[in-house]
Each structure stands twice: as C-alpha cells, then as structure tokens.
Unconditional design. Sequence first.
Length: 153
Amino acid sequence: MQIETKLKEMGLELPPPGKAVANYVPAVRSSNLIFLSGHGPILKDGSLITGKVGADLTLEEGYQAARQVALVLVASLKEDIGDLDKVQRVVKLLGMVNCTPEFVDQPKVINGASDLLVDIFGAKGKHARSAIGVNALPFNIAVEIEMIVAVED
C-alpha cells in the first residue's frame, strides 16, 4: 500500500474508475501487461473537462485535464489489479489532445499525465509516449489517453 499512501501524502484522491461507454472494456490483461482503453478527464462529481485546447482551454488547463486523465487511468488500473504496488513499470502512453489546427504544444499538454505518473510511481512511472492533436474527441473531452502498464504476475 505504499503507492496509496503516497497518493494520500500528495493530497490526491482517485476518482471513480472509468466505465466503458460502448462495446469494450476499460482494461485488458495479456500476460503481465495491462492495456487501458482511452480514458477522459472525469472529475470526482462525474463531470468532464471539455473543450478545445487553444480555443476554449489554455495550455495550462489542458495540462490539468491530462493530469486528471492520469488519475482516472490509475483508478481503473487499481480496479483491475487491486494493488497499485504491483506496478512494475508504466510502459507507454498515447495522448490525444482535442485542439485547434494552430495548436502545436500537444506534448506540453500530455506532460500533465506524464509528470503525475512519475510523481506517483517514481522511476517506474517513466514511459514511452506519443502526443497527438485531433480535431474532436468523444463528448468534446479535452484529452484522451491510453496506457500500457507492466505488473507483477
């Protein structure tokens, strides 16, 4: 329970885990890898952070949205594996930013998730990553992120 203690010390509370909104599941395990479906920035009250970065949201607001997505991903991971101390490594993120065509700082937005994962898991939180801009995301969410995590068997 070291990771959960660390979360409390950081003043972070995991939101309710992400739920599938169509014919898929939030997480799939294959061997020691957990593949987490794309998750969005769901707040504790169930509302979403929506809008386009570069029009409706600033870079900093996009960063905070990505940070919130990371919390939701960690909540779904906990739901799937039970104990966050089983995490061996965050392997890969794919971050998608709902943004204007002129916006080119997608990596700075997705840093919100990357920074938080390193804060939570330390060196185990360092990961490979892609950050792309898209013209729309489901429900007009600001950020969607997929994550692959290696865990103990």
